[in-house]
Design a protein around this ligand. Sequence first.
Ligand code: HGY
Ligand code: MN
Ligand code: MN
Length: 428
Amino acid sequence: MTLYKKLLTDYNTELNHSGMNGERLATRLYELSKIGSLESGGITRLGYSTEEKQAKELVIGWMKEAGLEVTMDGAGNVFGRLEGKENGPTIMSGSHLDSVPNGGNFDGPLGVLAALEVVEAWKATGYTPPVPYEVAIFSDEEGSRFNSGLTGSEAFMGKLTNEYLDQLFDEEGKSFDEVIKTYDSNREKFLTPSSKNKDIQLFAEVHIEQGKVLEKQEQPVGVVTGIAGPAWMEVTFEGKAGHAGNTPMDDRKDPVIAAGMFVSEIEPLPRKVSDSAVATVGKLNVHPNGSNVIAQKVELMVDIRDIKEEPRDKLIDLISEKAESIAKQRGIEVTWNLNTKVKPLPIQEELQEKIAVVMKELNITPTYIPSGAGHDSMILGERIPVAMLFARSKAGISHNPEEWTSLDDCVMSVHVLKRFLERVMEER
Ligand code: HGY
Ligand code: MN
Ligand code: MN
């Protein structure tokens, strides 16, 4: 069964009101799911890949059909603009279209399509927003290409540097400069942020929850209270390659043993700093990766997060100290580097409450949820007021082909977004 058919199964068409059209949203989620699709039913659409570019081009077509004026900045970020009755600071909503390897079909696309569905609903009901509104697609949010995420939104906010870009190489060893050429862009253009980031009065993002709170509370959407700050630490244990058969066990410098000890010994560390801290090793490469070879080195990534900055940074220290002590104990070398370190972001209470009021009007009981996942909102949020709302995730599954949000919940997230944006615009 196609994603489209699955979404429409038992869709409550009574939700098609106020200009909203669930079938259109389902069609677009389905059309997007075909780009980078895998046998598993998931997708791989890495940042700055051909697939991400194709996905952007597909949405650009829909933006143009909806009458938006479309621009792309040097980082490949896409903006579809709808002029308001008057001029004035822009309201923006959107998310990303890139994915993790073998990811799901809602993480990112729901936020972009929800922002565009608001335009479609305004067109259908003849509503013109009081101020300009823009639909945004930020490049490379997941960071799966260069092991360093939020690249598009960081470029948009003028946060990137030559030194940062110099260190970016993909799995094939391609440098950032080689990759960005496919966007007819270059480092100069990439590092020149558009003035657009100074003209935004609010950025709102719809995103799937990627957790189980809304399912437990039996609510379709929830209010995001804050966004955990991810730090990505690249750790390399270096020993000495050797013959697996002829090298006595007491005469080895095996980095795989050290890496194994490290991965298991960091597991208890997060709870030492706070009850919301987490640390994950999801990526580990053994070199040269031969079954009869004692490895030369092991490279791994540790994803370290908390919604509070101080314990997150304490956890970084504990984890790096653990790497050093294990390497010393095993008589091998270790190096580590923080590829990404993003400040956690609290969401303004006043904006949370505005979303909650809208939810109550729509007979939804507001559920307040901190986001363990990082989002483009946290980068814009360093200088721009941001608000986020979550749509329920089935069994909390995400970054997995089984990622699922029902069409009812997708459409409800758009109803809340639309009414919230109208409220903010009219009350400004
Ligand atoms: O990794 C994250 O938190 C998000 O999915 N980019
Ligand atoms: Mn994600
Ligand atoms: Mn995401």
